[in-house]
Design a protein around this ligand. Structure first.
Ligand code: MLT
Length: 303
């Protein structure tokens, strides 16, 4: 059997499904049962009832979220090094410290956080629902983290005080986009629409025609009359957009915008993961219980 056939066989034998993030390579997106952004994956993970095993092809905080929502299922990741550097910029101790410094605030945390930080949050959000989540809570002052640029984006859209926590959290991939490149691309492709992720720097967001999460980009492109799009997010988002819109043209603003952590997964290690049952994602029970409240609140607001 080829690796792909073997994966299909193992999925049936073990009653497993594969969930993959939009930033996975095309071959992983193709073997996945579901591909989405972190919110869609989170909602999907909250609805799994028939499968016994979930192979999660996304960085580990996403798999942890699935584990928190499904304590009785086996959540596996193909490589334990698939960590999100931005999530590692904020731990539970930092959140507690900020809460002490700003007593009348609510902590709204991006799902890109460690489980221990999630446990200290009032509610979670993703890039696709951050504005809605911040508007849904009564507090006027919000501690928002860990991505400073997403905090800036939210602060432009809501009438509340947004305090970035930590003060300089960032995604190393979205930081790479540069205004000079965009000026060049705009002059080369006059008719193209520039779609920018809210983790990019403010001047890059200001230059965009639209600032969107990856899920938002998928919906927007399907409805837009435009034929050409310049995409400012992780480069494999273009892989998905091309597959789903073969009649449109997508230009990655930067071919080097690669999330190395997402790329640790391969057909080989996904097969191995199904074969050996390694590596199991586990979250401390007390932390999971607390984090689950904040995750469920977000899912409720997003419905
Ligand atoms: C996510 O939420 O999955 C990432 O921020 C990428 C995105 O979908 O915008």
């Amino acid at each position: 059997l080829s690796d792909l056939q073997e994966i299909e066989r193992l999925k049936k034998e073990k009653n497993a499904i594969i969930l993959a993030h939009n930033y996975q390579t095309g071959d992983i997106q193709e073997i996945a049962d579901f591909v989405g952004d972190s919110l869609e994956l989170c909602i999907k993970a909250s609805e799994i009832d028939e499968s016994d095993i979930v192979v999660f092809c996304g960085v580990d905080f996403m798999a942890e979220t699935a584990a928190i929502l499904n304590p009785n299922k086996k959540i596996l990741i193909p490589d334990t090094q698939a960590k999100c550097p931005m999530a590692c910029m904020l731990n539970a101790k930092d959140v507690k410290k900020f809460k002490k410094m700003y007593p009348d605030t609510a902590a709204v945390l991006y799902v890109n956080t460690l489980a221990e930080a999630k446990a200290e949050a009032e509610i979670l959000c993703t890039s696709s629902n951050a504005v809605k989540v911040v508007e849904s809570i009564p507090q006027e002052k919000i501690l928002f983290g860990p991505d400073r640029n997403l905090a800036w984006y939210v602060s432009k859209k809501v009438n509340k005080e947004i305090i970035p926590m930590p003060s300089q959290g960032y995604c190393y991939v979205h930081k790479l986009f540069d205004l000079g490149d965009l000026h060049f691309l705009r002059s080369k492709y006059h008719d193209a629409e520039i779609l920018v992720h809210p983790e990019c720097d403010p001047e890059v967001q200001n230059f965009a025609d639209n600032v969107l999460s990856t899920g938002g980009m998928i919906h927007h492109v399907a409805r837009s009359p435009k034929k050409t799009f310049i995409i400012c997010t992780e480069v494999d988002m273009v892989t998905r957009l091309k597959r789903e819109n073969p009649d449109k043209t997508f230009i990655p603003a930067l071919n080097d915008a690669i999330c190395e952590n997402m790329k640790l997964y391969t057909i080989g290690n996904v097969k191995n993961c199904l074969l050996t049952g390694e590596y199991v994602v586990e979250v401390d029970k007390n932390i999971a219980e607390k984090a689950k409240v904040a995750i469920k609140r977000m899912i409720e607001v997003s419905k």
